[in-house]
Design a protein around this ligand. Structure first.
Ligand SMILES: *Cc1c(COP(=O)(O)O)cnc(C)c1O
Length: 435
């Protein structure tokens, strides 16, 4: 996924044999390519798996080669760096990971980060200047909202937001409002939104951008695709330029690492790469190696978690102690959300909202009675997790905003894992008796 003729200071450097992407005319699927793409065992003593390259720096063969690499990494010379230099810029494990991350959304290129938040922060730092306006969908992951309003706000950056399910007309109005405030440097989306599960119409956002901006003023569209990506949603196909991941969640998938990823358009990725090179938000080689292992089972895990969630939600929906289940598989036929789902998503995911009849007392009784599901925040792991957003992740959100977002005391957030679905249903059925 690296282009030796790119002038931007990218670091395409791993010396590898051409990886197999096709057999005759048959293009390989991402799940197959996760086993070998981007790594040549012959370069590592025949080791089937990539070794973990625990090194801070790389030895140049000659002084002239070192100079050439630096000319590439600093953008002084077109062509990009031809070799590895220093582990704050990149390393073999991270490069293999980036190549494999790109595959799922058919992206030009990818970057790996030390966390989802460091990916998001590096993205903002790369594109935003004092006086700029960020347009974003709402709600966002709480730390992202804080980053935009509190931290970027300190540097004179303002924002305008629109609700996740907004129509084309509503998005047009928000873009006009933003343009009147200053230069719009980024359109930032999150879909489905946490914890409402409301979907953003990326196609409508892309069409609205096309109508509102031209020439050099066109702001990139970036979308946090942590909840449904990369299996069930591919926003690059609907007009987003960049897709962002907390790899901590489904991609890592075992609740044992923290990392982030960014995939998308090459020129934009290279801008972010320059910022990452400067501030050092790359993930470490060990984490990159663990993610390579995780990606081998990504489709298996997500498929299983998805069908598990379908079964569990079907059970919960009809239970007398349940008020409602906020699950993407239950969108009302003919609604705007169902229309976005049909155009943008290929699966309902495995993270949903369970509203019990009652309040905090009932939610806590349910959580405390679970025996298989663990009482923890986060999502996308092999194990089922459950938490109470109003009392935990969203505790500091002001009451009015909580009410507007449907973050009530009777809300339990559940991320379904890959356990046996009948066992999960037995666990939930038993816990509901305690309510
Ligand atoms: C967890 C999460 C993040 C932050 O990722 P970290 O890896 O915890 O830094 C960002 N966006 C969404 C939607 C998330 O769920």
């Amino acid at each position: 996924m690296t282009d030796e003729n790119d002038p931007s200071g990218a670091t395409p450097s791993r010396r590898q044999k051409q990886s197999v992407t096709k057999i005759g005319n048959h293009a390989l699927n991402p799940s197959t390519m996760m086993m070998g793409f981007g790594f040549d065992p012959a370069l590592s003593e025949g080791s089937l798996k990539p070794p973990i390259f625990l090194t801070s720096t790389f030895v140049f063969e000659t002084a002239a080669a070192g100079k050439r690499f630096f000319e590439g990494v600093t953008g002084k010379r077109p062509g990009g760096a031809e070799g590895l230099i220093y582990s704050r810029f990149n390393g073999p494990n991270q490069e293999i990971l980036e190549d494999r991350l790109s595959i799922w959304e058919g992206a030009d290129d990818a970057l790996a980060f030390s966390s989802g938040m460091s990916a998001i922060a590096t993205l903002f730092l790369a594109f935003v200047q004092p006086g700029d306006v960020i347009v974003h969908s709402g709600p966002l992951y709480a730390a992202t909202e804080g980053l935009i309003s509190k931290i970027l706000g300190k540097f004179g950056v303002s924002y305008v937001d629109f609700p996740a399910g907004a129509t084309r007309e509503e998005i047009d109005a928000v873009l006009a409002q933003a343009k009147a405030k200053g230069r719009v440097s980024l359109i930032y989306l999150e879909s489905p939104a946490n914890p409402t599960n409301a979907l953003v119409d990326v196609e409508a956002v892309a069409a609205a951008r096309k109508a509102a901006f031209s020439g050099d003023d066109v702001p990139p569209i970036a979308m946090d695709n942590t909840f449904l990506g990369p299996l069930w949603a591919k926003p690059l196909a609907q007009g987003a330029d960049l897709s962002i991941y907390s790899l901590t969640k489904y991609a890592g998938g075992h609740s044992d690492l923290v990392a982030g990823g960014l995939v998308g358009r090459k020129d934009l990725i290279n801008q972010v790469r320059m910022m990452r090179n400067t501030i050092g938000t790359i993930c470490d080689p060990n984490t990159a190696w663990m993610l390579l292992r995780s990606l081998e089972t990504l489709e298996l895990r997500m498929d299983k978690a998805g069908t598990n969630a379908e079964k569990v939600c079907a059970f919960l929906r009809d239970h007398p102690k349940v008020e409602t289940v906020g699950y993407l598989g239950f969108l009302e036929e003919g609604s705007r959300q169902a229309d976005i789902y049909r155009r943008h998503c290929t699966g309902a995911g495995s993270t949903f909202s369970l509203y019990l009849k009652g309040g905090e007392k009932e939610a806590f009784a349910f959580l405390d009675a679970l025996q298989i599901a663990h009482l923890a925040v986060s999502l996308g792991g092999t194990e089922t997790l459950a938490s109470a957003p109003a009392a935990m992740t969203h505790l500091s959100v002001p009451d009015e905003r909580k009410a507007a977002l449907g973050i009530t005391d009777n809300l339990v957030r559940i991320s379904i894992g890959v356990e046996n679905p009948d066992d999960l249903i037995a666990d939930f059925e038993n816990a509901l008796k305690a309510v």
